[in-house]
Ligand binder design. Structure first.
Ligand code: PMP
Length: 377
């Protein structure tokens, strides 16, 4: 008998929001107008002249690994090319880690709510997912210590910077506590960081991986480059890198050599930091437009996150409403969001929802929020 898995409600919803008249705050999609199409086109052109059409090493393109290692090192995470495995999006990195580290029935601790496709990954590995309480400063180290004591997790999964879905950031003091707990208990931690470079205010927080050797760090080209290229990377300690490479080999031999070479050409010839500054300028305005519109969009008593970066605002509505029902009314009024329930490992809070502010320009956000107000208020 084939095993049965339910699909991602976000991907199901994306299908419904593809009507052009819908203003969608549902998908966590980068703004399509801000892709550097010309820069990528010439990078692909140069990549093809480098004859990248052959099978290639599982670990990844040497030039790309070197360039990514340099970027991570500059961001405060000292990294050598050999510490990195290139993956087919950071999503694949999560799957590889689950296969490499989790026995069936193993416990994975997650902040709650959390990235739903990570939950899918851990469920696929037959893990038992246990939530750890947190607040606006991120996961609570005291609650984590209790979960470690009670459930003996093999792995802790975190999106510590501008989390999906909440937009929250784990502050530096708590990072140090989480790192110390990981060291003390021999707990593996995944620091999933596709959004960390999209900061609109405040100072960068040190990567969790810079504080403990128990942290596997995963990054992505999706939010700062282009998600269609499906490029991510995993930085892992030597002791488990060999296993991860074997698992990757079994999964797909290697990530597309053409796409990797194009990314390497792109990073060598273009100033990605400059491109990211442009993205941040645009996304900051969009973030502000959404947050400014919220008081007149949601009913009194609602609460929302006020993210310093990333792509998401997380909203909690008062009065025991079910956003899974409201979303149908929203779609009838040509606006979309993601109901929050799917982001919970266990007992979902159905009065929550996720809004993404990156895909639409400011005018679209204002109009979308006006439509949303007619549904929520
Ligand atoms: N982790 C998080 C927290 C995400 O939000 C996403 C994308 N939505 C991913 C990983 C996967 O990104 P990709 O595979 O495109 O790198």
């Amino acid at each position: 008998m084939p095993r049965v898995f339910t699909g991602s409600p976000v991907r199901d919803l994306l299908a419904l929001t593809s009507r052009p008249e819908v203003i969608s705050f549902a998908g966590g999609l980068p703004a399509p107008g801000l892709f550097d199409v010309d820069g990528l086109r010439s990078a692909y052109d140069r990549a093809l002249s480098r004859r990248t059409l052959q099978y290639a090493p599982t670990e990844g393109d040497a030039a790309l690994r070197g360039l990514v290692a340099d970027r991570l090192t500059r961001r405060g995470l000292p990294t050598a090319a050999g510490d990195l495995l290139v993956t087919s999006g950071s999503q694949q990195a999560l799957g590889l880690v689950a296969t490499a580290l989790l026995e069936p029935g193993a416990v994975v601790a997650v902040e709650e709510p959390t990235y739903l496709a990570a939950l899918q990954c851990f469920r696929l590995a037959d893990a038992r997912v246990v939530p750890v309480a947190g607040d606006d400063r991120g996961v609570d180290p005291a609650a984590l210590a209790e979960v470690i004591e009670r459930d003996r997790p093999a792995l802790l999964y975190l999106v510590p910077t501008f989390a999906n879905p909440t937009g929250r950031t784990l502050d530096a003091a708590r990072r140090a506590e989480v790192a110390a707990l990981a060291d003390r208990h021999g707990l593996w931690v995944v620091e999933d960081d596709p959004y960390g470079e999209l900061r609109y205010r405040g100072e960068p927080v040190p990567p969790l991986a810079s504080m403990s050797d128990r942290v596997l760090y995963t990054g992505s080209f999706s939010k700062v480059g282009a998600p269609g290229m499906r490029l991510g990377w995993l930085r892992a300690p030597e002791s488990i890198m060999r296993t991860l490479v074997v698992v990757k080999q079994a999964a797909d031999l290697h990530t597309s050599a053409v796409d990797q070479a194009a990314a390497a050409e792109y990073l060598a010839a273009n100033d990605l930091d400059e491109h990211i500054r442009g993205l941040c300028a645009a996304y900051r305005e969009r973030r502000d437009a959404m947050v400014d519109a919220l008081p007149s969009t949601v009913p009194p008593g609602a609460r929302w996150s006020d993210p310093d970066g990333g792509m998401f605002v997380w909203v909690s509505l008062p009065g025991g409403v079910d956003t899974g029902e409201l979303v149908h009314e929203a779609l009838r009024r040509d606006v979309a969001f993601v109901p929050g329930a799917a982001f919970y490992a266990t007992g979902p809070d159905r009065s929550t929802l996720r809004l993404s502010f990156t895909t639409n320009a400011v005018e679209g956000i204002r109009e979308g929020m006006r439509r949303l107000a007619t549904v929520l208020r």
